[in-house]
Write a protein that binds this ligand. Structure first.
Ligand code: CP
Ligand code: NVA
Length: 310
């Protein structure tokens, strides 16, 4: 059977327009309210989500699995440890087979090229659940969290302190699409790789060496682990290089007095952020984690059913 339906994937933050984000964020608000009111809402009745994990996860797995269940569907968890993917079955073949049996697919993998090849052979929407290069579901949750606490992020200043990793590259795309300023401070030797950035997006980014100057007047300060999954061998050398890139109370004091602090989690207290900050009054990390559930429900609904009026 062939289908002429255009399939939309969510592989990078730039895959959606500002107008799509307005819609998805509004749906998130509605779906979160339904969830808080124990209102049954099953638009994805009988639909199946395949979740493929090539790296560890707590939040992504739980939020997608609980999310599809709450929408009336069902999740299948697959990992490279116990599927043929771990024994070298080509990613293209896996995509052909898996996408004939389910309605939507989420993948957490290594290179973005793996995700692209998978999506290129999939008959159903594919969602990026984190790659080495991007983590769009997380930044979507972060933007929604900002919106809940402070309103629109448009025109605001976000300070990124730490590694030029998948979160940083996703924030860059978000800054351009949603119209805010992103300041990035990374240690020498760990600067942004401009080859990975759409040159148009660079207009929304300011690279500043000094983390204090980066946070100066910011409305949101955010960071992430110094060593991401897949780079564990570099851990010791990174610990030395990143020592000054720790978000502490002095750094937070450079930002707006009501600035928020975000971290995608998991965190290493005492490394990229002090306990005082992440457990302090400006931190919204638990809302941020919970909002993964709500934004991804809106995302799955949007990718499978398109725009709804209710
Ligand atoms: N933030 C995030 O994606 O967490 P997990 O690695 O636990 O999924
Ligand atoms: N940058 C981190 C995010 C974890 C959710 C990593 O890729 O390990």
């Amino acid at each position: 059977m062939t289908s002429t339906k255009i399939i939309r994937h969510y592989l990078r933050f730039q895959d959606f327009s500002a107008d799509d984000y307005d819609y998805v964020l509004e749906r998130t608000r509605i779906l979160k309210r339904k969830f808080k009111n124990y209102e049954t809402y099953h638009p994805l009745h009988d639909r199946t989500l395949a979740m493929i994990f090539e790296k560890n996860s707590t939040r992504t797995r739980l939020s997608f699995e609980a999310g599809i269940f709450q929408l009336g569907g069902h999740a299948v968890f697959m990992s490279t440890r116990d599927t043929q993917l771990g024994r070298g079955e080509p990613i293209e073949d896996s995509a052909q087979v898996i996408s004939r049996m389910v309605d939507i697919i989420m993948i957490r993998t290594f290179g973005q090229d793996i995700l692209r090849r998978f999506a290129g052979n999939s008959r159903v929407p594919v969602i990026n659940g984190l790659t080495n290069e991007y983590h769009p579901c997380q930044v979507l949750a972060d933007v929604f969290t900002f919106y809940e606490h402070r309103g629109s992020i448009r025109g605001k200043t976000v300070a990124w302190v730490g590694d030029a990793n998948n979160m940083a590259y996703t924030w860059i795309e978000a800054a351009y699409i949603l119209g805010f300023k992103l300041r990035v401070s990374t240690p020498p030797g760990y600067r942004l790789n401009h080859a990975l950035i759409n040159s148009v997006h660079l207009s929304s980014v300011e690279e500043i060496d000094d983390p204090r100057a980066t946070c100066n007047g910011a409305h949101l300060v955010t960071t992430d682990v110094w060593t991401s999954m897949g780079f564990e061998k570099e851990n010791d050398i990174r610990k030395a290089a990143f020592a000054e890139w720790c978000v502490d109370t002095k750094l937070m004091a450079c930002a707006q007095p009501d600035a928020l602090f975000m971290h995608c989690l998991p965190t290493h207290r005492g490394e990229e952020v002090t306990a005082e900050v992440i457990d302090g009054r400006q931190s919204v990390v638990w809302d941020e984690a919970e909002n993964r559930l709500h934004v991804q429900k809106a995302l799955m609904e949007f990718l499978t059913l398109g725009r709804l009026n209710h």
